[in-house]
Unconditional design. Structure first.
Length: 496
C-alpha cells in the first residue's frame, strides 16, 4: 500500500511537472518495485528519451531487462551507462557479471578491475572478481577479494515488493561460484529474504527473524568450510531447512559416484581424487576424464584419450588435487551425445532440458540446438512426456537417486544407454534454472521452466513455518498461483 500511495503522489505531481526527470525516474523505480515490469520498462525508456545519459535509468533498465530474459539488451544498457558515465563503478560490475555468466572471463575481469580503479572498496566488484579468480583456479587471490567483498558480517535484506504479510526466508550462501543459483526464483512479492554468509557471519549476532531457511551453499567439493559452518548455524533455528547443509555435504562428485553406483538402473562412473604429484589410480583405463574439483559449466574438464596425452592434459588444469572420472559413452545410434537434465523439487521429478551435441562435453548453451529443428523437436517430446521418452527403468532410477541424495532442491544430469539405464554425469544442488531467451524457437521450453519455478515457490510455501501472531498457531499460506499438483498427475511423474 505504501508504494501505491507513493506512486499516486508522484503521478499527481507529474500532472503539474510533466517534464520532471527526477519524478519520472522515481515513478519508474516505484513501478519496478511493485513488479509492474513492462510499465517500469516503458517508464525507464521515457526517462532516457528525455535524458539519454541518466545513469540510474540505464543501470536499472539493464537490470530489469536481465531479469526478464533480455540479456543482450541488458548488455547494451550497461554498455551505454559506461559510455555516458565512465566514472561510475556499478555499470562496470553489472556488465562484468554478464560477461562472467557467459564465460567471457577476460572481458569480465576488465570491467571488475575498472570498477576497482574507480573505487577500490567497491564491494560488488571485489565479489565479482573473487568469483572470476576462483574460476581461474587462483584460490588464494579469490579468497582475498571475497573477504573484501563481504567485509560486513551482518545479513543483507533483499527488497520486498509485496503488499501482503511476507514469508521471511533466510538464504545461506557462500558468496562463491558453488552456490545454488536460486535467488531469481525467490518471488520478492511473497518472500522477504535475508542473505547470510556462514563463513563471515558474526557468531554472536542473532539470526534475523525467519520462517524458513534455504541453504543455497550447493557444492560440497568447493564449499566444505561454508557448509560445516552452516551445519553449526542451523543449531540456532527451529525453522524448516531446505537442503540441509549436512545432506549437501554428502553430495561431492566422488562421494556421489560411490553411493549412487549401487542404485538399480544407474551406471555411475568410477571416480577418484588424486594429487598432481601422485600417479593416476590403477583402476582407470583410457579414455578417461580429468577435471579440477569445484568447477562447473565444463571449465577445467578434459577428455584424455590416450596415455601419452595424460601429462599435457594435467598441465592445462589448475590446483594440486584433481579428479579422474571413468568415461561413459553417451552417444546414441546417430553418434550424437545427449544430456538430459531433470530437476528434483520437493519429492517430484521435472524435466528441464535435453541437450544434443556432436561433442562429448555437452552444455545447453553450446549444444547444437538453436540451429537444429530436429533436435528441438526431440527435446520438446522429452519435456512433454518424460516417462515415455526415458522409459520405466530410468524413471525408477531417477526416483531412487532422489531418495539417496535426500535434498529438497537438486538436479540430475545424465545420459541413457541402449539398455535404458541412467548414465550418471552429475547430481547435486547447483543446477541452474533459467528462462529461455526471448526467441520464438524456444517457446516450447517455457512451460517446462515455468513448472519448475512454480514448484519451487510452492515447496517453499508448503515448508514455511507460518504462525498466526494472535494465536501462535500455524496458519495456511496464501497461494499466489495455480497449484501444480493436478498438472503433475497428468504428466505421470510419481512422488517419491
Amino acid at each position: 500500500m505504501e508504494r501505491k500511495e507513493a506512486l499516486r503522489e508522484v503521478e499527481a505531481r507529474l500532472t503539474l511537472e510533466s517534464g520532471s526527470i527526477p519524478l519520472l525516474f522515481e515513478r519508474a523505480c516505484l513501478l519496478s518495485e511493485m513488479g509492474r515490469n513492462e510499465d517500469a520498462k516503458q517508464a525507464y525508456l521515457d526517462v532516457l528519451t528525455r535524458c539519454p545519459s541518466h545513469v540510474g535509468a540505464l543501470n536499472n533498465l539493464g537490470t530489469l531487462l536481465y531479469f526478464t530474459g533480455y540479456r543482450t539488451a541488458a548488455r547494451s544498457a550497461y554498455t551505454e551507462a559506461i559510455r555516458q558515465h565512465p566514472g561510475q563503478p556499478m555499470a562496470h560490475v553489472n556488465l562484468g557479471n554478464l560477461f562472467l555468466e557467459a564465460g567471457e572471463l577476460a572481458a569480465a575481469r576488465e570491467h571488475y578491475e575498472s570498477a576497482l580503479a574507480i573505487d577500490n572498496k567497491f564491494a560488488e566488484a571485489h565479489q565479482g572478481l573473487g568469483n572470476l579468480l576462483a574460476e581461474l583456479g587462483q584460490e588464494e587471490a579469490a579468497a582475498e577479494h571475497q573477504r573484501l567483498g563481504h567485509w560486513d558480517r551482518r545479513p543483507t535484506e533483499l527488497p520486498y515488493r509485496g503488499e501482503a504479510e511476507p514469508v521471511s526466508l533466510l538464504l545461506l550462501t557462500s558468496g562463491r561460484r558453488g552456490d545454488v543459483p536460486i535467488r531469481h526464483l525467490l518471488d520478492d512479492k511473497i518472500f522477504r529474504t535475508f542473505v547470510v554468509l556462514p563463513n563471515v557471519y558474526d557468531p554472536d549476532a542473532p539470526l534475523p527473524e525467519h520462517q524458513l531457511v534455504f541453504n543455497a551453499i550447493g557444492d560440497a567439493d568447493l564449499c566444505r568450510q561454508a557448509l560445516d559452518r552452516a551445519v553449526t548455524l542451523m543449531d540456532r533455528t527451529f525453522a524448516p531447512v531446505i537442503n540441509a547443509p549436512a545432506a549437501v555435504l554428502g553430495t561431492g562428485r566422488a562421494a556421489n559416484a560411490r553411493r549412487l553406483a549401487n542404485v538399480p538402473g544407474v551406471v555411475a562412473p568410477r571416480m577418484a581424487n588424486f594429487s598432481r604429484q601422485s600417479q593416476l589410480p590403477k583402476q582407470f583405463e583410457f579414455p578417461l576424464l580429468l577435471r579440477a574439483p569445484g568447477f562447473h559449466n565444463g571449465r577445467h574438464f578434459v577428455l584424455v584419450e590416450k596415455p601419452d596425452q595424460f601429462e599435457s592434459a594435467l598441465a592445462t588444469l589448475p590446483g594440486d588435487e584433481l579428479t579422474a572420472i571413468q568415461y561413459l559413452d553417451a552417444r546414441g545410434a546417430d553418434k550424437h551425445y545427449r544430456k538430459y537434465r531433470v530437476m528434483m523439487i520437493g519429492g517430484w521429478l521435472y524435466p528441464l532440458h535435453l541437450a544434443i551435441s556432436s561433442h562429448w562435453k555437452i552444455h545447453y548453451v553450446t549444444a547444437e540446438m538453436a540451429e537444429n529443428a530436429a533436435h528441438r523437436a526431440e527435446e520438446a517430446k522429452f519435456l512433454e512426456d518424460m516417462p515415455a521418452v526415458l522409459g520405466p527403468r530410468a524413471m525408477a532410477a531417477l526416483a531412487d537417486i532422489q531418495n539417496v541424495l535426500g535434498l529438497d532442491y537438486a538436479g540430475i544430469d545424465f545420459g541413457l544407454n541402449a539398455q535404458g539405464e541412467v548414465l550418471l554425469f552429475e547430481a547435486n544442488a547447483t543446477m541452474t534454472v533459467l528462462p529461455p531467451e526471448r526467441d520464438r524457437r524456444w517457446d516450447y521450453r517455457r512451460a517446462a521452466v515455468q513448472r519448475v519455478e512454480n514448484a519451487v515457490r510452492q515447496m517453499l510455501l508448503d515448508k514455511a513455518t507460518l504462525l498466526d501472531k494472535a494465536t501462535n498457531k500455524r496458519r495456511e499460506p496464501t497461494i499466489y498461483w495455480q497449484p501444480v499438483q493436478e498438472e503433475l498427475e497428468t504428466r505421470k511423474c510419481s512422488p517419491v
